[in-house]
Ligand binder design. Structure first.
Ligand code: IVH
Length: 743
């Protein structure tokens, strides 16, 4: 039985036995218990080690809760293998095991905002009891539960990590895949840009962070993975986890991970530092440490509330949920924390969870619908992708009609058929995907059969690994996709050519291969194009202008644009980078290098399939002729490696206000050269705000817009080292990372 079948069997059983007490047969109970353990251990493995869970958090929590219920009622059967005792796992290859300073707890989850009121009552009872003890011993102690305040923060959906600073310097980063497996990921964490390597004060402190991948980066990486025939990451969390476990830190740096602090685990008392007492003073005692003033970045959205009713209102407030969804990170709920550290200490923790904090998880955005039919789409890499047409359903405000089925392996793994009902999930802005087929609702189903002929040109379809390819080099659907890719922003950047123009060009047989794009400036083509509705003189002359300019594009963009299987943006860049040492002076040299297996194998990251694809492409005489034709019409094939890696392309946008010792223009141009994008006025899409002396209204605007603010020389030059080279001497030394409150 596969894990998904086993899980389904258990879930079905649980639905029919919501109370453990209704299971009277002890053999049946025992079998269920061991099956549940097996199943959860496997899900843990998928989640923590393989970074690819197949059930939702809610489903996992329900299974886990049921296991706990069995153990509560039948403590005699508790097995040491049970995930409630300690989770089973292993350290991934290539990483050292590491030990956390203290045991890392997790949050208890609730999916029901009303539960929070009960919890509030329980908290107050514990506190009141302890106040009685306190007031009995110290006359006049005036702590009262009416003063109970909560802090509400977003719940990050990423990877939890402990960072240990010793003497103010980052010494160690340790993941928590589960309660037994901890990996030392220090080298990789040091590549994350917003993590300070050094704190404001030389103290010993251990803090807990969440590593996340911004949604925008995740989308780009997935696009590239799909282009290279790799399976995309299902969500940002899997992508962050897969990235932080890469063995090459340089590659991790290119994943644009971001990290925020949310908890202090332990710290040395500052006064004790001189007496060299380090970790000895720390215990599992919480104390209000002002994280921001140590330069530790916390997420700016927080809200302090005075009553549990306010907590419940916020949890149910759809506006807040929507606002969080529109941000560049995935949040799967809210975390509600008792504000007062003194109260936190009184409340303490259970074996696994703190009593002073709880997670309110947003209801899963799941909806069920029916697969009506399956279409097959031809991609430029010749891959034929199955796409399901669904009975339209609405999921968090968006109507979903189609969903990608990726490849045939996916169809088999999920056991999908036409006519099946499926659960569709969508979190935030994320592309919807099928999580589960509902076998219980199965009635009239038909198998999904991959086509033998290409749906566009009827060419023969070949099957290699899990992909199906159209074998016809002249396939028009493929050609259209290839052209759209060739003219796209990351390739030749001819943005005036869009889908409808490509349709005309291909259908009219003006363009039969990529090089034919350069026939558009011919008079006859221009006249023909102008005959189509919506294509006027202006559009045609813009296209012609961009086509001319594109001849100057560097070789790496051209190679990316050729649509060679497994060769995406990054691979093209790495190839050209390696090529520099060979000093090619003409196209013949370039072709020689690109068909030289001994050279290509030295390029970092090239595997067998990519090598074959490159050599096949560049030794093909038709392709060679096409490239020579491009040369004859003026293509430059510039072997230039500057400014095209993810680093410089992905830099954030910034705005600036206040006075600086050097001109603002100089700061702007310096940062722009580094790849940052300048916004004259801060807007919703501005990411950073640099603030000098006497800042005006732009500062307030930035605060309103939740833009991360950098202020003070040390902060500025630390965040933007390039600025140190233009000597901003006189800016106030006081670092202030503005903590805006409230949602
Ligand atoms: S406070 C449990 N605050 O949620 C110790 N945790 O099990 C106190 N998480 O992996 C945690 N966002 O890493 C806290 N704003 C936030 C959080 C947060 C996400 C994580 C935590 C853990 C998981 C819950």
């Amino acid at each position: 039985m596969t894990l998904s079948e086993q899980t389904k069997t258990i879930q079905t059983f649980i639905i029919s036995h919501p109370n453990v007490t209704s299971i009277s047969d002890s053999d049946e109970l025992h079998k269920l218990y061991t099956d549940l353990i097996d199943c959860l251990v496997d899900h843990n493995h998928l989640y923590y080690i393989e970074s690819s869970s197949i059930i939702s958090d809610k489903e996992y929590d329900d299974l886990f809760a049921y296991l706990k219920k069995i153990e509560e009622l039948h403590p005699e059967i508790i097995s040491s293998n049970s995930p409630t005792q300690s989770l089973v796992g292993q350290v991934s290859e290539g990483f050292k095991q590491a030990k956390h300073t203290i045991k890392l707890a997790s949050l208890e989850n609730t999916y029901n905002a009303e539960d929070l009121t009960d919890r509030d009552e329980r908290i107050k009872k514990i506190l009141e009891k302890s106040f009685e003890v306190i007031s009995a011993s110290s006359v006049g102690a005036e702590i009262q539960t009416e003063n109970l305040k909560y802090i509400i923060e977003p719940k990050f959906d990423g990877i939890s990590v402990e960072l240990i600073y010793e003497n103010g310097r980052l010494e160690k980063a340790i993941t928590r895949w589960d309660w037994r497996v901890w990996e030392d990921i220090t080298a990789n964490v040091k590549t994350i840009k917003n993590i300070p390597q050094k704190l404001k004060q030389p103290m010993d402190i251990s803090v807990r962070w969440e590593i996340m991948m911004p949604k925008s980066v995740w989308k780009d990486i997935n696009k590239e993975r799909e282009e290279n025939g790799e399976i995309p990451f299902a969500n940002t969390r899997n992508a962050a986890s897969g990235s932080i476990k890469l063995l090459d830190s340089k590659e991790v740096a290119k994943r644009w991970l971001v990290c925020y602090v949310y908890d202090t685990l332990c710290h040395s008392d500052l006064k004790e530092l001189e007496s060299e007492s380090n970790w000895s003073v720390i215990a599992n005692e919480y104390e209000a440490i002002h994280l921001e003033s140590l330069w530790l970045p916390t997420y700016p959205r927080k809200k302090e509330v005075n009553s549990i009713q306010e907590v419940v209102d916020i949890c149910l407030d759809q506006q807040i949920k929507k606002q969080l969804e529109s941000e560049d990170y995935d949040f799967d709920g809210l975390v509600i924390k008792v504000k007062d550290y003194q109260y936190r200490n009184i409340l303490g923790s259970t074996d696994h969870h703190p009593r002073w904090a709880v997670a309110y998880k947003f209801p899963a955005q799941l909806a069920s619908t029916k697969i009506l039919s399956v279409d097959f789409q031809v991609w430029r890499t010749w891959i034929i992708t199955p796409v399901a047409n669904l009975e339209p359903i609405e999921l968090s405000g968006v109507t979903i009609k189609r969903v990608s089925l990726h490849n045939f392996d996916f169809i088999q793994a999920k056991d999908l058929h036409i006519g099946d009902y499926v659960w569709i999930q969508r979190s935030g802005e994320v592309i919807p995907y099928i999580v589960w087929v509902i076998t219980e609702r199965r009635q009239d189903i038909q198998p999904i059969i991959m086509p033998k002929a290409c749906p566009s040109c009827e060419g023969k379809v070949n099957n290699v690994d899990m992909h199906y390819y159209c074998s016809n080099p002249q396939c028009p659907a493929k050609l259209k996709e290839q052209i759209l890719h060739f003219v796209s922003k990351n390739c030749m950047d001819i943005q005036w050519i869009w889908d409808s123009i490509v349709d005309i060009l291909v259908d009219q047989k003006i363009v039969q291969n990529i090089a034919d794009i350069y026939r558009i400036p011919e008079q006859s083509t221009q006249i023909l194009l102008r005959k189509f509705p919506g294509i006027g003189d202006k559009k045609v002359s813009e296209i012609v202008k961009e086509i001319e300019e594109s001849k100057q594009q560097p070789l790496r963009r051209l190679i990316n644009g050729l649509g060679i299987p497994h060769v995406g943006k990054k691979m093209a860049q790495d190839i050209v980078q390696a090529m520099v040492s060979q000093q090619p002076v003409c196209l013949e040299d370039i072709l020689h290098i690109l068909t030289d297996r001994d050279f290509l194998i030295t390029v970092y990251g090239i595997g067998g399939k990519t090598l074959d694809a490159l050599v096949d492409y560049f030794s093909d005489t038709q392709n060679q002729e096409m490239l020579m034709h491009l040369r004859d019409i003026g293509m430059k094939f510039r072997v230039d490696t500057n400014g095209y890696d993810l680093y410089t392309e992905k830099k954030e946008s910034f705005s600036i206000t206040g006075t600086f010792p050097v001109s603002r223009d100089l700061i702007v141009s310096t940062l722009e050269k580094e790849g940052y994008i300048f916004h004259d006025n801060p807007t919703k899409s501005t990411q950073l705000m640099l603030i000098g002396e006497k800042a005006g209204s732009k500062r307030e605007k930035a605060q309103e817009l939740w833009i991360t603010i950098y202020e003070g020389r040390e902060i500025l030059t630390k965040q933007f080292p390039i600025l140190a080279t233009i000597k901003i001497n006189d800016i106030s030394d006081k670092p202030k990372i503005t903590q805006t409150s409230l949602f």
